[in-house]
Design a protein around this ligand. Structure first.
Ligand SMILES: [Zn+2]
Length: 425
């Protein structure tokens, strides 16, 4: 394991990641922003309701909070897909359908818990709402507010038990305030007005909470990167950086799904048909028959990229003693014999080869047998597609916090490993 060297950091990648995270406060924004960046890089946006084009070039398709992009090379020498998969969503809070309430002179916003956030990390932190407003015709407007909400902690003078144990009831204690003395306020109408819409025309919303404090480099030499949504926008950003930059001899694909944090079972989640449908339509557009399509999938590999757990100096017992990944020591390869991660030895070799070609160090992650293991879209996509899959990702601390922590080197290394993978290294 090599040590941190400030001069080896690629500041441009971290700055670009910070800008990407900031521009992607919800899965809808992440999908849209990914497509916008790829279109700016020459990709053509695809309308799902029209036939697919099979000419060489880059293509990108957005469906709600998911985004798929692919490149058909000028010289398609290898009939195969090289796929990077990730997810666009992050755990947090979603605005309830009729969210505004007034109590004791305060105006509060009803929020549903989305996935498994660390609720304490949202306390006393300013957050806004981002997502989409929809009118009666179904027209969608993406919206991002400024700092609007806060879940204030109770002072210890009033409740000394918080010094010993903080108990947060998900209904009672996670109810943010957004105004005082405004009993007439209607939060959705205010947000519609902010978006420049006539509030009377907005009949539906999908609005997620996001913390408004910008990402920052911290630590003695700026070697740490504190940011919301590193799980999993660091992987989406690495994938799009790699896809846009790589000429390959096979079809390269980036598939970023919504709803991973709630199990992926949705029309736009990794357990849904989105990727399978796109690969099928691409095969058809390229004139591949059933035989050739199946052969292509048998030659294909999916790199499932998602954040993993670095060793925590205050909780060392939670890691396997022989597998204690650190920040700034390279992306993880994630193993789980019970298929919580899809990595097998052959897939592992594909990723190791790519990282070796790119000069990227790797670290192994496997759970302590006595500690639960997370999962990713890897096993779900592998099950759905039958494509060999390897689970990788940058190491983090504070996963699922409103503000997570990674090393400044690992995201760029992940992108470089993906580039080499796409290039067929
Ligand atoms: Zn994740």
């Amino acid at each position: 394991m090599d040590s941190y060297q400030p001069e080896a950091v690629k500041p441009a990648h971290i700055e670009s990641l910070a800008a990407f995270v900031t521009a992607s406060p919800s899965s809808f924004h992440a999908a849209r922003h990914t497509a916008d960046l790829l279109v700016a890089a020459g990709f053509a946006e695809v309308d799902e309701t029209l036939p697919f084009d099979a000419r060489p070039g880059g293509y990108v398709l957005v469906r709600d909070g998911s985004v798929l992009a692919w490149r058909i090379p000028d010289n398609l020498d290898v009939t195969a897909f090289r796929i990077v998969g990730a997810h666009t969503d992050s755990p947090g809070f979603v605005l309830k359908p009729t969210p505004t309430s007034s109590f004791l002179g305060w105006q509060q916003a009803g929020m549903e818990v989305y996935g498994g956030p660390l609720p304490n990390s949202w306390l006393d932190r300013e957050f806004g709402l981002a997502g989409r407003l929809v009118d009666a015709e179904g027209a969608v407007t993406l919206i991002t507010t400024g700092p609007l909400l806060r879940i204030p902690q109770v002072a210890p003078h009033l409740d000394r038990s918080v010094h010993e144990k903080l108990v947060l009831d998900r209904q009672q204690h996670l109810h943010p305030v957004f105004a005082v003395g405004r009993p007439e306020a209607d939060l959705v109408a205010e947000i519609a007005a902010l978006a420049g819409l006539d509030p009377a025309t907005v009949i539906a919303h999908d609005l997620h909470a996001f913390v408004t404090e910008p990402p920052a480099r911290i630590g003695l030499d700026g070697e740490l990167f504190a940011s919301p949504r590193l799980d999993n926008l660091a992987s989406v950003h690495a994938g799009l950086t790699a896809l846009a930059a790589t000429d390959a001899d096979a079809i390269t694909v980036l598939a970023c799904f919504d709803h991973e944090e709630v199990g992926s079972a949705s029309a736009t989640g990794a357990s849904g048909p989105l990727l399978e449908t796109v690969l099928g339509r691409l095969s058809d557009a390229l004139g591949w028959g059933v035989q050739e399509s199946a052969a292509a999938r048998a030659r294909s590999v999916l790199v499932s990229a998602d954040a993993g757990h670095a060793v925590h100096p205050n909780y060392p017992q939670l890691h396997d003693p022989d597998h204690r990944p650190l920040l700034n020591a390279g992306p993880l390869i994630k193993f789980n014999a019970n298929q919580r991660y899809a990595t097998d030895a052959v897939g592992e070799a594909v990723w190791r080869r790519a990282c070796a070609a790119a000069g990227v160090p790797t670290q192994d992650f496997v759970s302590n047998n006595s500690v639960p293991c997370g999962s990713t879209i890897g096993p779900l996509s592998a099950t759905r597609l039958g494509i060999r899959t390897v689970d990788v990702g940058i190491p983090l601390l504070s996963m699922h916090s409103a503000r997570e922590l990674c090393g400044v080197r690992d995201p760029g290394w992940l992108a470089e490993g993906m580039r080499a993978f796409y290039a067929g290294a």
